[in-house]
Design a binder for this molecule. Sequence first.
Ligand SMILES: [Zn+2]
Length: 75
Amino acid sequence: MNADYPAAGPGTTETSDDERPDLSNSNVREDLAMAGRCALVHLPTGRACLLPLRHQGPCEFHRPQEAQDVVAGGG
Ligand SMILES: [Zn+2]
């Protein structure tokens, strides 16, 4: 189940820092995090994970519009 992962180069050469490559292209929306959500944002698509914080399994990324509904307390 490797659905949402962009093709990471098999032979990464230059990046040798301790930064996690799986987090380098992601971010967390603070408003969603404060709403108790995972809030991980998939930057290439701009979608955010609306699952509960520390949910099990992979993230499910939803449109920013849906995320906004969560932040607004619509759910
Ligand atoms: Zn998630």
